[in-house]
Design a protein around this ligand. Structure first.
Ligand code: SF4
Length: 380
């Protein structure tokens, strides 16, 4: 059975205002220790009976800011990975990048390692909005990164764009999308900005210094953005994910469709043969556990079967394919209908927000715009 493999590189140069991912400020010393621990973790996972001799179909190095990684250390780790695991012939190998730190040498090294899908955190081309996000890169770094990506012949790459920023108008978003489309990325992630507790953005919003767009404006921005992307041949295959034909992110599809994945690095999650776990979200503890005790810093997930069914429904409804009834029944031993509120289900079928046949249940184009609300009402 093929696996997806995620690695969390937990270091950044600064903290973006909206970000609640686990990360630490980058230090060369700690990065070195992190890689030592990561190598031990990789060997322990390879020996784990539950994942013995797996074929890896996708690798995703996220963060954090993996672009900051020392290339020699990254190379050593990838070599180790290849020694212990079999890479699928059509391996999708992604790495997240902050355009601020992209160089020709780094992209060349990625290619040499077999990384075939760099992803760039563009977020916006508007310098005022980048400041609100506390992103330090300039639009020029994005142009340069993608120019180099093309020069080096990467056929596949992705970009992330955020909408719903304080002060953003429909015209501003449309200008951002136009600039992005000019760069011809095969894949675009188009996310709505959310205010996460404990972030700098949350403090500024709660103190009244920044005002988030209301629900109506956010919906208008999303609809307008989707229409603009569709006009240029980007198919929405998940609420926030758009791709040209054949360039959907297989790694993420694996998550959404209930596939197995191994997570390495602090705060990374794993789902292997029905067992879920997560690594401690603390780089010091992570390093200590692996290098001093030779133990994986794993916290077993205590979610119930019911929680996992609800999650599968939520994730499935976000995708264009919807929830596969047969897969759902095979995975949980329960028919999908049993977990849906039948009154709400009929209401949404009649209103055309939900589409169903003998194989799947999915949201229509209109339904996608109300995905969260419909999901909330459908789940028993
Ligand atoms: S670069 Fe990414 S991980 Fe780091 S603070 Fe910004 S959004 Fe968060």
């Amino acid at each position: 059975m093929a696996f997806g493999l995620y690695v969390h590189f937990p270091f950044c140069k600064n903290r973006c205002s909206y970000c609640d991912f686990y990360k630490e400020l980058h230090s060369v010393e700690q990065e070195k220790d992190f890689y030592e621990a990561l190598k031990i973790e990789t060997e322990l996972v390879a020996r784990d009976q539950a994942v013995i001799d797996p074929e890896i179909s996708t690798v995703f190095i996220g963060g954090g800011t993996p672009t900051l990684s020392n290339i020699r250390r990254l190379t050593d780790w990838v070599e180790l990975l290849k020694k212990h695991f079999t890479f699928a012939g059509d391996l999708e190998f992604s790495i997240e990048n902050n355009p601020e730190f992209v160089t020709l040498e780094k992209l060349e090294a990625y290619r040499a390692l077999g990384i075939n899908r760099p992803v760039f955190g563009v977020q916006s081309f508007n310098e005022k909005l980048l400041k609100v996000l506390k992103r330090k890169h300039k639009p020029f770094s994005v142009y340069k990164s993608i120019y180099l990506t093309n020069v080096l012949g990467f056929e596949n790459f992705g970009v992330d764009l955020i909408f719903g920023l304080p002060g953003q108008t429909a015209r501003m978003l449309s200008a951002d999308i136009d600039q992005l489309i000019d760069l011809e990325p095969p894949h675009i992630s188009f996310y709505q900005l959310t205010v996460e507790p404990g972030t700098d953005l949350a403090r500024r919003v709660h103190s009244g210094r920044l005002k988030m767009p209301d629900q109506e404006l956010n919906l208008a921005l999303y609809k307008g953005g989707c229409a603009q992307l569709a006009e240029h041949g980007y198919r929405r295959y998940e609420v926030s994910s758009f791709a040209r034909e054949g360039f959907e992110c297989r790694h993420n599809l694996g998550y959404w469709e209930g596939g197995d994945y191994i997570g390495l690095g602090p705060s990374a999650h794993s789902f292997v043969r029905g067992r879920r776990s997560s690594n401690v979200a603390d780089v010091r503890e992570y390093i200590e556990s692996l290098t001093k005790k030779g133990k994986r810093p794993v916290v077993e997930d205590r979610s119930s079967l019911d929680d996992r069914m609800l999650e599968a429904i939520m994730l499935g409804l976000r995708t264009a394919r919807g929830i596969d009834r047969h897969q759902f029944a095979a995975r949980f031993g329960v028919a999908l209908e049993k977990k849906l509120d039948q009154t709400q289900y009929k209401i949404f079928l009649e209103s055309g927000h939900l589409l169903a046949d003998s194989d799947s249940v999915r949201l229509s184009d209109e339904g996608i715009y109300l995905a969260d609300e419909i999901t909330r009402r459908l789940i028993k």
